[in-house]
Ligand binder design. Structure first.
Ligand SMILES: [Fe+2]
Length: 394
């Protein structure tokens, strides 16, 4: 018996070069005439932002611009964008996950009479109805933020990283132009690529998965595992860039309904302490969490049995291990594959390398227990389990 509600952007448009050839402006025109453009600073420096703004003016729009969103954004960054959005009738978000998250929050929460902290602490709920439609244009592949109603922000004072979510934060349109991802620095391609891979796997194996999300996250694991190394090693090559952007979008659509797992439950509190990039942390934690989820004894529990089968299905699609693949060893294959691509993508494998210390582990494990991602993990997690996983990665 199935019971779920599936929410997704109403429209998705994919086109190589579409951001600068006028087609993005055509999409923007459908949503409003006074958009706030929230853009990443690298986009401004490269001149691409100027080209996009010129096409918006040519289409008869009157955009204002907000830049300067920091990586792993805090509540001050969200508040500044909320203030900038007050006079706008729509928001165009062009950037990596941090920019998209801030822009989505700005669109939904700006001018509501409550500040960013009130939403982050959970005192006030995000409006369900869209007041400023959002056009989301990712420049990394990615967080999948263009496909979700979630934003993640850090409360620096409380050293707490948590999400804000709600209907008004869902983009009305996602615009996928993989040409924008070509200029990503190698480290950003690596970190965001691992985030996309982990999100696809966690969405697929989550206890919140359903047949709709499975069809998307299953396809995403295949697209991403086929292309993540090539997108890093041959950055100008078009096919891996397109496959990565599509894969991260599909994973984003899936996770918005299915939610994620223990990797994300742990990555947020570690990120709040260390400031390490989210995708780096996701990659680093993936092998240990996958082994924690591995179930050698499938038993009679239907969820455990299904989880084992799902890891088998992911493993069977991973080309570089296909010849060694054996049924029932799917989780170990996924863990080994993750370790191998972490090395290829030059991502650290120990938490001590990014500044986490033994004395932090109790607090991280405790904070991870309140995360919706941890609660969606296929194997139930105790605080002691979470600490043991962390210790194995130290
Ligand atoms: Fe993520």
């Amino acid at each position: 018996m199935q019971k779920f509600t599936f929410v997704t952007p109403g429209r998705v448009s994919m086109e190589w070069g579409g951001a600068t050839n006028g087609h993005l402006a055509d999409e923007a025109k459908r949503l409003g005439s006074r958009p706030l453009v929230v853009a990443g600073s690298s986009l401004a420096k490269s001149g691409i932002l100027d080209a996009i703004l010129a096409s918006l003016h040519k289409a008869g729009l009157s955009p204002t611009v907000h830049t300067g969103v920091p990586p792993e954004p805090d509540l001050d960054a969200l508040q500044a964008a909320m203030n900038a959005a007050e006079g706008a009738d729509s928001v165009i978000a062009i950037g990596g996950g941090s920019v998209l998250d801030v822009a989505k929050g700005a669109a939904a929460l700006g001018g509501t009479g409550h500040d960013a902290r009130a939403y982050h602490s959970g005192k006030v709920n995000v409006p369900e109805t869209v007041s400023r439609p959002i056009l989301a244009v990712p420049t990394t592949a990615g967080t999948g933020s263009e496909a979700t109603w979630v934003g993640v922000y850090t409360d620096k004072e409380a050293k707490r990283k948590a999400s804000i979510r709600g209907g008004a934060m869902m983009p009305v349109t996602a615009f996928l132009d993989a040409e924008l991802t070509v200029s990503c620095p190698p480290a950003v391609t690596a970190y965001s690529g691992m985030d996309a891979f982990v999100q696809a796997v966690e969405a697929y194996t989550s206890i919140g998965a359903n047949p709709l999300t499975d069809s998307l996250s299953g396809k995403a694991t295949k697209l991403i595992s086929d292309s993540v190394v090539n997108a890093f090693g041959a950055p100008q090559s078009r096919q891996p860039r397109e496959d990565m952007l599509l894969g991260s979008y599909l994973a984003g659509v899936a996770l918005n309904t299915s939610r994620l797992g223990l990797v994300h439950g742990l990555a947020h509190p570690i990120g709040a302490i260390t400031g390490a990039p989210h995708g780096l942390l996701c990659g680093l934690l993936m092998p240990a969490v996958t082994r924690f989820n591995a179930m050698s004894d499938l038993g009679n529990d239907p969820i455990r049995f299904m989880t084992g089968m799902k890891y088998d299905q992911i493993a069977s699609g991973i080309i570089m291990f296909a010849e060694n693949y054996m049924t029932g060893l799917g989780a170990e294959t996924v863990a080994k594959y993750s370790e191998r691509i972490l090395r290829m993508l030059e991502i650290p494998s120990r938490l001590s390398e990014i500044g986490l210390r033994e004395e932090h582990l109790d607090a991280v494990a405790k904070e991870a227990m309140s995360s919706g991602s941890t609660k969606a993990n296929p194997r139930p997690v105790t605080e002691a389990d979470a600490r043991a996983v962390l210790e194995s990665c130290l």
